[in-house]
Design a protein around this ligand. Structure first.
Ligand SMILES: [Cu+2]
Length: 200
């Protein structure tokens, strides 16, 4: 487990940089659903965007057998994330992140099988990045799956302005054995973040 720390620290540092630059921007990222709306409606909905509920159905990647559900509540500049998943490698740490693109209106998606560009039968962390983008929010502290491969997780995070278009992003869970060696980075589940409730 100790050898996981440097990688985790690097990811966290990268994300901190992203969040910092996100806060510097005065432009709020418009929701994709707003593009066709008129300006007045957009303003109205933008203020409502500060309170929203989202759901995420996590589906397996790389034949992992992992699946789960996550809920996100957006409250201004904070999110509450709750996540339950099963089928994970028991007793191992599983990195979990909100992935997405900083660029306005670029939607993150879960990688299709064709993302496996080197043809080794697995979609690596790097091969998935053209689809789900870099890490926007690391959902720390990364949970360790219990003896049955389950995680039941909840935490709150501050988020930058560009991340607030949460439905443009995905959640990715990582970590499974590949050829007898635990690969903490390999994606094992992914789910699109979907708006459940437009809020107050
Ligand atoms: Cu990730």
């Amino acid at each position: 487990m100790k050898n996981l720390l440097p990688r985790t620290t690097v990811l966290t540092a990268v994300v901190s940089l992203f969040l910092f630059s996100a806060c510097e921007s005065d432009e709020a990222t418009p929701d994709a659903t707003l593009q066709a709306a008129n300006t007045q409606a957009a303003h109205q909905t933008n203020s409502m965007n500060l309170y929203k509920t989202y759901t995420v159905e996590l589906m397996e990647l790389n034949g992992s057998g992992v699946n789960g559900m996550a809920h996100i509540e957006l409250m201004g500049d904070k999110i509450d994330v709750s996540l339950e998943a099963g089928g994970l490698t028991p007793e191992m740490e599983h990195m979990q992140h909100i992935h997405g693109f900083i660029e306005n209106n670029r939607n993150a998606v879960c990688p299709p099988p064709s993302a496996d560009t080197n043809g080794d039968g697995l979609i690596s962390l790097v091969e998935g990045i053209p689809f789900y983008g870099p890490v926007l929010v690391p959902l720390t502290p990364y949970p360790v799956a219990d003896a049955t491969g389950m995680v039941d997780f909840m935490n709150q995070y501050p988020i930058g302005r560009t991340v607030r278009s949460l439905q443009n992003n995905v959640i990715v869970l990582h970590g499974m054995y590949v050829d007898g060696v635990y690969d903490p980075t390999i994606p094992v589940a992914c789910g699109q973040i979907k708006v459940m409730n437009k809020g107050k």
